[in-house]
Design a protein around this ligand. Structure first.
Ligand SMILES: Nc1ncnc2c1ncn2[C@@H]1O[C@H](COP(=O)(O)OP(=O)(O)OP(=O)(O)O)[C@@H](O)[C@H]1O
Ligand SMILES: [Mg+2]
Length: 313
């Protein structure tokens, strides 16, 4: 395992103290894209900050490529590239210099640093902007430069904290392509996101995090299949009396795997989409059926199933 977290805890002092990370165990295999998916305040940035030696844990440990990041932070940083949640480019330097001085900082000779910087400018299609200042770059270009700088010293693992926050859709797709390219080079990528579509489209494995704890960890496919449903019917009902009896009647219909009562009606998990709609309409006719929407399982529905909450709330 290239990254492993053991019983990781972070409590921020204060009144009251805040448990940002509440005991996380996580193993990230080498060579893929791993996503930490969770809502605002789940503890994603804190977890990444501990892994990248920016924040000390309260207890527990993190090993990256076998190196304990708390005991040997300087050594660990050689294996780590970081793109933080907020732009940290040096605004007094040009695009080229942002790369060049990063390489020098990691011990490359002037010649080697120059060559590496040129190569990265080409790889990330930034050559034409080599002499620009960071403030003159669009959000998408600044993000590409941050990624280029993060991998300049050939780290084994790249950490990306909310890489698509604030990007327009086109820049987001370009960023995904860049990240896939890094995976093809053999770099392990660990990213955080609160966009379930991003986790689904980009990540080989996903851990869902909420309130400082990992709820589940698997491939996006397996997570979606874990609901045991091919189709989800969301029923909007105007009358909530007798909802328990209704839930039981719906559950008794053929092909239903589970039924949950929600504040506005029912959520029905079905094994297939065949023939259920008329049966659902008929069964719920005395409850003021206002609307039915039909969904396929997504990571969002997995999150709702696990927490009873919407990822976007
Ligand atoms: N330096 C700090 N001091 C005190 N509390 C903090 C600090 N940093 C984070 N927290 C708290 O810890 C919890 C986890 O925050 P964290 O930033 O790790 O979450 P996140 O998943 O990255 O959220 P977001 O989606 O907003 O980036 C939150 O309740 C936050 O308010
Ligand atoms: Mg964050």
């Amino acid at each position: 395992m290239i990254v492993s977290l053991e019983s990781l805890v972070k409590v921020y002092a204060g009144k009251p103290p805040i448990t940002a990370v509440g005991g996380i165990d996580l193993r990230v295999p080498q060579g893929g894209i791993f996503g930490l998916l969770g809502p605002n305040g789940a503890g994603k940035t804190t977890t990444i900050s501990i892994c990248t030696t920016r924040v000390l844990p309260t207890s527990g440990s993190v090993h990256i490529a076998g190196v304990d990041v708390v005991r040997h932070p300087a050594l660990a940083r050689r294996n780590i590239g970081v793109v933080p949640q907020y732009n940290t480019l040096d605004r007094s330097l040009t695009v080229f210099e942002n790369l060049f001085y990063h390489c020098r900082y990691f011990g490359m000779s002037t010649q080697a640093a120059r060559e590496r910087s040129q190569k990265l400018l080409e790889q990330f299609r930034l050559s034409e902007r080599a002499d620009a200042r960071p403030f003159a770059l669009s959000g998408g270009l600044a993000q590409r430069l941050l990624i280029a700088r993060a991998i300049a010293h050939h780290p084994a693992v790249l950490f990306l904290d909310e890489p698509s926050a604030g990007l327009d859709p086109q820049s987001r797709i370009a960023m995904w392509e860049a990240v896939r390219g890094l995976r093809d080079e053999g770099i392990t990528v660990l990213l955080t996101t609160h966009y379930m579509e991003e986790a689904d489209a980009l990540c080989d494995r996903v851990a869902i995090i909420d309130h400082g704890k990992i709820l589940v960890e698997d491939t996006p496919e397996n997570l979606k299949h874990s609901l045991g449903a091919k189709t989800i019917y969301v029923l909007d009902l105007s009358r909530s009396e007798g909802i328990d009896a209704l839930t039981a009647s719906v559950r008794a219909l053929p092909g239903i795997s589970s039924v949950e009562a929600t504040p506005s009606g029912l959520r029905v998990y079905a094994q297939s989409a065949d023939g259920l709609l008329p049966a659902l309409v008929q069964t719920t006719q005395h409850h003021g059926l206002r609307d039915i929407s039909i969904q396929e399982p997504t990571l969002e529905t997995v999150f709702i199933h696990l927490t009873g909450r919407d990822l976007r709330e």
